[in-house]
Design a protein around this ligand. Structure first.
Ligand code: ATP
Ligand code: MG
Ligand code: FE
Length: 345
């Protein structure tokens, strides 16, 4: 089926078009620049930017795919989780589009969409069961995906800051611009990750009892802040490269260790990575190393499919159709806290 997908859960206005698992268009407008001076995504600014960007982005996607509106078999849209106001813009537009075209609409889960992105990576399409580690500015989740359209389980998630958020906050206290992830990656080049042993959140035996697959990054952020303050108070220069490398190592050490442990302990031979933090050079390196050592197949879709996009939402919609699932009824709304087990709203 030819499906157009709309994604507006955060700061990317994404419109994608797929035919089954074939990617025809993946168009993205981002309001990232508008948030830069605030050091993070401002919900009202994001919602307004979606409102302005959606129509041109839909047009551009149709042109990119060389299809016209009346050829579409269905519309898919992210209904949650995400920023309520931002989600509402996409949901409203998708409903209007579906009703005016007389096609079914599929309201889908953003996090499961991230997993569905892997279907479009044609070199070797998604296989299940798989463990999925999703890391971005808004979430840090470890999933067990037994079946993409019918069986997704949340193994763990962050209990405070998301990993990308931690990168953004630590970059800020090191005087680096937003978004902080790529800045820290760059600053860490030439730094020694062994200089400072920053804390690994929720890895102590007593924490593991309750939080086996959960993450925590706010203690790490505080530890970096304190370390930097002490250096400054002593009148010593802050070795930015070493701090960046040591911080990055602490984050990716925990992410990769818990993800690979989940594969091993649950007997799942593959691990899928998704979300904007997957751009991190050290995360890719350490994940590859540890997966190989554990005999686990590591899958990393291209970055354009890892960050928020409409193509992954269209791909999940197409899977629901091909799996014989009924469309969503028009009563659905934006649900900022939609649980990952609800694949379709
Ligand atoms: P959502 O959580 O809904 O997916 P988002 O817009 O916050 O939304 P993405 O756009 O997928 O998420 O990712 C952005 C985040 O990824 C930012 O926090 C950014 O700092 C982080 N990031 C980007 N590149 C890197 C990198 N090289 N290393 C670490 N973090 C990175
Ligand atoms: Mg984003
Ligand atoms: Fe996302």
């Amino acid at each position: 089926p030819l499906v157009l997908g709309i994604e507006t859960s955060c700061d990317e206005t994404g419109v994608g078009i797929v035919r089954g698992t074939e990617l025809l268009a993946n168009t993205i407008a981002s309001s990232m620049d508008e948030h830069a001076r605030y050091g993070g995504v401002v919900p009202e600014v994001a919602a307004r930017a979606h409102l302005e960007a959606l129509e041109p982005t839909i047009r551009q996607a149709l042109a990119e795919a060389s299809v016209s509106l009346d050829e579409l078999d269905a519309v898919a849209v992210t209904s949650g989780p995400g920023l309520a106001g931002a989600l509402m813009v996409g949901v409203g537009a998708a409903k209007a589009l579906a009703v005016s075209l007389g096609v079914p609409i599929y309201a889908v889960n953003h996090l499961v969409g991230h997993v569905g992105a892997d279907l479009l990576d044609t070199a070797a399409p998604l296989e299940t069961p798989t463990i999925a580690l999703l890391v971005s500015g808004g979430h840090t989740s470890l999933l067990l995906v037994r079946d993409l359209v019918s069986d997704v389980e949340l193994l763990g998630e962050t209990i405070d800051d998301a990993a990308g958020e931690a990168f953004d906050k630590v970059a800020r206290l090191l005087g680096l611009p937003y978004p902080g992830g790529p800045e820290i990656d760059r600053a860490a080049v030439g730094g020694d990750p062994a200089t400072i042993r920053f804390p690994r959140g929720l890895t102590k035996p007593k924490d593991l009892e309750r939080h086996r697959y959960d993450f925590s990054f706010s203690g790490l952020k505080t530890a970096v802040a304190r370390w930097v303050e002490q250096r400054e108070a002593a009148g010593e220069p802050v070795p930015v490269a070493d701090v960046a490398a040591s911080f990055r190592e602490a984050v990716v050490d925990v992410l990769t260790a818990k993800a690979v442990d989940a594969c091993r302990e649950l007997g799942v031979p593959r691990l899928l990575l998704g979300g904007g933090v997957i751009a991190n050079a050290r995360l890719r390196e350490l994940a590859a190393e540890r997966a190989a050592a554990a005999g686990i197949e590591l899958r990393i879709p291209p970055l354009s499919l890892c960050t928020d996009n409409g193509a992954m939402i269209a791909a999940l919609g197409a899977q629901l159709i091909m799996g014989g699932h009924e469309p969503s009824t028009l009563g659905f709304g934006a649900d900022s806290t939609l649980p990952v087990t609800e694949i379709q709203a």
